[in-house]
Design a binder for this molecule. Structure first.
Ligand code: NAG
Ligand code: NAG
Ligand code: NAG
Ligand code: NAG
Ligand code: NAG
Ligand code: NAG
Length: 468
């Protein structure tokens, strides 16, 4: 009887919340929602490999999550990943949850603490700009913005190969209440009260507090954080000091910490725990480039150097082109590539197998592009500044991009006589062309570089037949 009354109460509050939901809560724009129409639209020729639909999946006062869904809607083939952008205001917390997708998180700007449960232990990592970390599907994690007065900006790949349905990903909130709904709300009150060993009124109170959505403002500071206190206490493995906890933090905060601890402890049989190996954070900006010359640098990171990347089976790369430089024509023999522009602007050219232009597009900060396996492509920095982009490829093993032009490339390494015959020119003539470019990989290309990157610029078109 008690249970059903609580249930009714919860239902009533839920209804109220649902009515006011759009003002404050999580917006879950599902497939049936508004922007369906866009799918029908013809993707313009010059933008075919740009991923433009940034779908807002979470928005609260304290932050938002936008997802660029992979290319399924453009080419009708399931995309191996989506790209997520997480923005969090200073002193905010992304509530504990697990997902049906592995996240590879890159800190674009700011400082974060990520806590997740790995081998039945709570592991907390502090991350700063340039850091990379992998949260496997199904692991419960939280993200806190601990940069004082700083916004936190994260970019992540959201693996699409293990997820459950048509949504880009599905969150299962551990901590929550009315918004987001904790997965615990789905159990009967009696079940849950018994499981937590609290009374049903206590449970009703406990499960109806959180109304602020998946990202909330919270007192998270770098030093002496509530999370670290939690960590310390957990290791003593004593009974929870509930009265102390309630006096220092809100009931709600205490409650989910307690939950997290319970989950952690109940699965943890190894009390020593010190020897459990946690994967480390990897800083991409501290790594030496694989290739570098005076026009720029590139690097790729595979799971042989950072084993967590083997979980989603992806690799990560970073390219830095100086103003006016070109990352020459190349292709990926074993991978689909996704790129996100971090700094500056430039143009991207992609070519179809039949030798026609697939895309010539100018891109700027935050734009997302993709390149199919085998398709030749190149990137060119605008003349007025560097062009830095970062991204993911679907190969965890060495996907050595095949360089098509320049010193040591396919073009210069292939048999000269055969190449001359192929182009139908005298060998000497081919040889002269072959030797004309003595640079490699990244070239100076003032002639090709777009001057100004106002949208719709046709930047690179002028050099279509100029280079070779
Ligand atoms: C449940 O809580 C009561 C006190 O509220 C305690 O005496 C009892 O040992 C607890 N049971 C379990 C299984 O934790
Ligand atoms: C946040 O936590 C710190 C340290 O625990 C404390 O000194 C401060 O008063 C707290 N601020 C708020 C607004 O609760
Ligand atoms: C705890 O883990 C360590 C290292 O993994 C192992 O050597 C030890 O036997 C474990 N202890 C128990 C009680 O499982
Ligand atoms: C990762 O790739 C390897 C080889 O390509 C494959 O054997 C393995 O099943 C893949 N793992 C996942 C989780 O997709
Ligand atoms: C080349 O291939 C593309 C994509 O398959 C196609 O749209 C285009 O019509 C082809 N062009 C020629 C000249 O065959
Ligand atoms: C390429 O050749 C030019 C002159 O022909 C020379 O100035 C330049 O240093 C060479 N570059 C490289 C990378 O060898």
């Amino acid at each position: 009887m008690m249970g059903s009354r609580i249930g009714e109460l919860l239902l009533l509050v839920c209804l109220l919340m649902a009515l006011s939901g759009p003002l404050m809560g999580m917006r879950d724009r599902d497939d049936h929602h508004g922007d369906e129409g866009e799918e029908e639209k013809e993707v313009p020729f010059e933008k075919r490999f740009l991923l433009q639909r940034k779908q807002e999946v979470v928005r609260t006062d304290a932050g938002d999550v936008r997802v660029v869904r992979g290319f399924a809607y453009q080419v009708g083939v399931e995309s191996p990943m989506h790209i997520g952008f997480i923005n969090m205001e200073p002193s905010s917390l992304f509530l504990p949850q697990y997902m049906d997708s592995t996240l590879t998180i890159f800190v674009r700007k700011g400082e974060a603490r990520i806590g997740w449960i790995h081998k039945a232990k709570l592991e907390e990592k502090e991350m700063k700009t340039g850091d990379l970390y992998v949260i496997p599907a199904g692991s419960t994690f939280y993200i806190a913005n601990i940069g004082e007065g700083q916004r936190l900006r994260l970019i992540c790949s959201i693996d699409n190969r293990e997820n459950m349905g048509r949504k880009p990903f599905q969150s299962f909130f551990i901590g929550g209440g009315l918004n987001p709904t904790s997965i615990f709300a789905g159990f009967g009150p009696k079940t849950m009260a018994t499981a937590l060993n609290i009374s049903i009124p206590e449970l009703g109170e406990f499960m109806s507090r959180q109304v602020k959505g998946p990202i909330v403002y919270a007192n998270v500071t770098k030093t002496k954080s509530l999370f670290n206190q939690n960590h310390g206490r957990r290791q003593e493995d004593g009974e929870e000091d509930e009265s102390a906890a309630t006096t220092t933090t809100s009931t709600w905060t205490w409650a989910w910490r307690k939950l997290l601890r319970r989950v952690t402890r109940s699965r943890s049989s190894n009390k020593t725990g010190k020897t459990v190996h946690f994967p480390d954070v990897y800083n991409l900006y501290k790594r030496k480039p694989d290739f570098e010359n005076k026009y720029g640098s590139t690097m790729s990171l595979y799971d042989n150097e950072y084993s967590p990347l083997g979980i989603p089976n992806i690799s990560v790369y970073l390219a830095n082109l100086k103003a006016g430089a070109m990352l020459g024509p190349h292709h990926n023999p074993t991978a689909i590539e996704f790129g996100i522009v971090l700094v500056g602007s430039g143009s991207i050219e992609i070519v179809y197998p039949n030798g026609t232009t697939a895309m010539v597009a100018t891109v700027g900060e935050d734009d997302v592009f993709w390149v199919p396996q085998y398709f030749p492509f190149c990137q060119i920095a605008s003349r007025n500044g560097p062009f830095i982009f970062f991204g993911f490829t679907t190969a965890s093993r060495d996907n050595k991009p095949q360089i098509l032009v320049g010193e040591g490339s396919v073009f210069t390494t292939m048999n000269t006589d055969v190449m001359a015959m192929a182009f139908g020119v005298p060998t000497q003539e081919f040889d002269r062309v072959r030797k004309a470019q003595n640079g490699s990989v990244i070239f100076s290309s003032p002639g090709a570089a777009p001057a100004d990157m106002d949208e719709g610029g046709e930047g690179a078109g002028i050099r279509r037949f100029g280079g070779i």
